[in-house]
Write a protein of this length. Sequence first.
Length: 442
Amino acid sequence: MKTLSFPHDFLWGTATSAHQVEGGNHNNDWWAWEQTPGHIKDGSCSDPACDWWNRAEEDFDRARQMGQNAHRLSVEWSRIEPREGHWSGEAIARYRQMLTALRERGIEPMVTLHHFTNPLWLVEKGGWEREEAIPLFVRYVERVVQELGDLVSLWCTINEPTVVPFMGYSIGDFPPGKRDTRLAFKVLGNLLKAHAAAYHAIHRIQPQAQVGVAHNMRAMDPANPRSPLDRWAASFRDRMGNRLVEWALTEGVLRFFPLGRTERVPELAGSFDYWGLNYYNRDRVVFDISQPGQFFCRALPAEHSQPVPWWWGEIHPQSLYRFLKELARYGKPIYITENGALDNTDEYRPRYILTHLAAVHRAIAEGVPVKGYFHWSLVDNFEWADGYSARFGLIHVDFETQKRTIKRSGELYREICLAGAITEDMVERYAPEARDEIFQGL
Ligand code: BGC
């Protein structure tokens, strides 16, 4: 019997973010953005989402029954500090309750401090366009760590520091909906500096904490490897989307030239105790002069037939393996802080899970220190500009009734988490067509 066994202390988890699941977050820039028709594809809004402010524990029960021993969630700045300098004891108490509930169920929490949303009062002051956001973020982080630190040892400062500026300031599909690439780089610089400051602040309060960033890495390959223009486009986009953050965190340099200033930020160098990798897919790109906001890249639709919108990218587990092998050079633990599939019918999610975990297993077998995997997501939730029209959950949510139903992929993930392994029998039942890909070399 072929089996891919994972280390005994591996963290098997799922990930969520406050605004996408809690409901009732009316005091941040996303809520304001949702009120304008056209911003959210299906015209929906984030309240009540999955109603976690009232019923998170019910889903934590499901996570435990599904064999998970970790969960990555975020806390909402606009709840904790609803007005500048005013702290909500009620919000902090509720987060303490949630974290305690996780711990009681044997689920290790990883807490993200910033997952896309910003308090309205911060936005009114210019938000991340201004350096003044940095000390304000640090003050909030210090408060959270003082209040919750006894329940949390894994912190993630910022979720996807490239996605906030590129989606909000270059492509313009996220708030504040600007299209100004230079400004996007300014925002990226401020977010990275805020991360560094928060990293050191957390360690001052909680020296043993493990602190990192969840960096979204999207694989970029030239559509035609023989075309110098496609090769240039892929490598430029790889540099902008993937490497800038990597160089910032490892070398302490913001290499923004020619779209911003190259700047040395010594506090950034080495400011991560683990590497947090969000990986979803890859793009095969062609050079396209008409796409400056996309760094002169146009992604081709995925070659093989996949039941995903063409723009979502190509499912490509090999690129996850490739990133893991590259990141091993930093010698730090790696967590897959997100990996998941846009699949409204749960048709191919089981195969996606199996092939991506097999890629993780291959990397571990070759010595890459991957310590945990957080599938995005535990439950279907408010998928930003796509509203409820894009489902990523292992658990189906009926947003009319809040009824939950574990999907087939959720059953599979339960089996994997409980066994700490992928077995031949699971593959036979869930994705026999991917047998060779999953057990390659065995
Ligand atoms: C984000 C999540 C989002 C997921 C699926 C990630 O980039 O961190 O908030 O729901 O992708 O699109």
